[in-house]
Ligand binder design. Structure first.
Ligand code: SF4
Length: 318
């Protein structure tokens, strides 16, 4: 279910996404893959929520389903735009750059050509492209410039929400910072709301006001950015942070992320999805699904789903 309050660009409650599979499970029910399981979040206007997790965690599925299940597609196209991961495959190679930026306006029924041209001129300048580049084709641009075209395209209908799906992970490291800073300055300029999907916690820390950590279709931890990075609490979040190659992370004594099987999401889940990889797993973790609950001792909004939440909370605040 998706909706929105006056302060929110998007609010999603109890979102689940299941894909049908062949065959039946042990109980005789038709098998299905539960890619997203009971996820809730809200994004305040003008802010950024980051959903972070490894590939296959369900973060992109959750973002797309949350944004697109609410309204009829035509209206959603205008209301929600996407900046894709790969600027090479996401631009039509046969269209000139200006026409790529014009397309969403045509889909949205904005037929005034002069107004379209005005928006295109404004956005080319806003994303740092030169007016004469409007007539070039995608192959005549670098990767970073292509992503600037993708960003201009996403902004052209003035959407209330932009999904940024790993928008810099296909770019050279030197270009990544330029694109991230551009996204931040455009957010201020146009009062944009972002749902930012990434596997990279460094990028999320730079970009996001709130963070949700997703593992195998479930939110494990959800918090304001500063609270999260000051004291990440969930064992999975801590393992993700430990995997970031920084001097600071290397100096932090943390339990290692143990190898383990990934749960089969086509079977009903009876416990914590992270139990097979968690260094703190105990029998209860196999038999009882931990619910997202407010973290003890946290300043501000901070929730986590772990049977050890209280112990971790006292350690984090002590
Ligand atoms: S509920 Fe158990 S297995 Fe899951 S993260 Fe917490 S301690 Fe680890």
């Amino acid at each position: 279910m998706a909706g929105q309050g006056p302060d929110h660009a998007l609010a999603v409650e109890n979102l689940s996404v299941a894909y049908p599979l062949k065959g039946r499970d042990k109980s005789g029910a038709r098998r299905r893959l539960l890619a997203v399981d009971d996820v809730s979040f809200a994004i305040r206007r003008g802010t950024t929520l980051g959903i972070v997790g490894e590939s296959g965690s369900g973060k992109t599925t959750a973002a797309m389903a949350a944004a697109l299940d609410a309204a009829a597609l035509r209206r959603a196209r205008q209301r929600v735009q996407i900046i894709f991961q790969d600027p090479y495959s996401s631009l039509n190679p046969r269209l000139r750059a200006a026409e790529i930026v014009r397309e969403p306006m045509l889909h949205a029924g904005r037929t005034n050509r002069a107004e379209q041209d005005r928006v295109i001129d404004e956005l080319f300048e806003a994303v740092g492209l030169r007016p004469e580049q409007k007539s070039l084709f995608p192959h005549q641009f670098s990767g970073g410039q292509r992503q600037r075209i993708g960003i201009a395209r996403a902004l052209s209908t003035r959407p209330s929400l932009i999904i940024c799906d790993e928008p810099v992970s296909a770019l050279d490291v030197a270009v990544q910072a330029q694109i991230l800073n551009l996204l931040k300055s455009l957010q201020r300029q146009f009062d944009l709301t972002y749902l930012f999907i990434s596997h990279d916690l460094g990028v999320v820390q730079h970009m996001c006001d709130e963070v949700a950590v997703m593992y195998m279709g479930k939110f494990m931890e959800q918090a304001e950015r500063d609270s999260f990075f000051a004291a990440p609490r969930h064992p999975y979040s801590r393992a993700l942070l430990d995997a970031v190659p920084t001097i600071e992370a290397a100096a932090r004594p943390r339990p290692p992320l143990v190898d383990g099987a990934i749960p089969d999401l086509s079977e009903p889940q009876t416990g914590c999805r992270f139990a097979s990889r968690c260094p703190h797993a105990m029998p209860r973790c196999e038999n009882e699904v931990p619910l997202l609950a407010d973290a003890t001792g946290a300043a501000g909004h901070h929730r986590l789903a772990c049977h050890l939440a209280d112990e971790i909370g006292s350690a984090a605040s002590g």
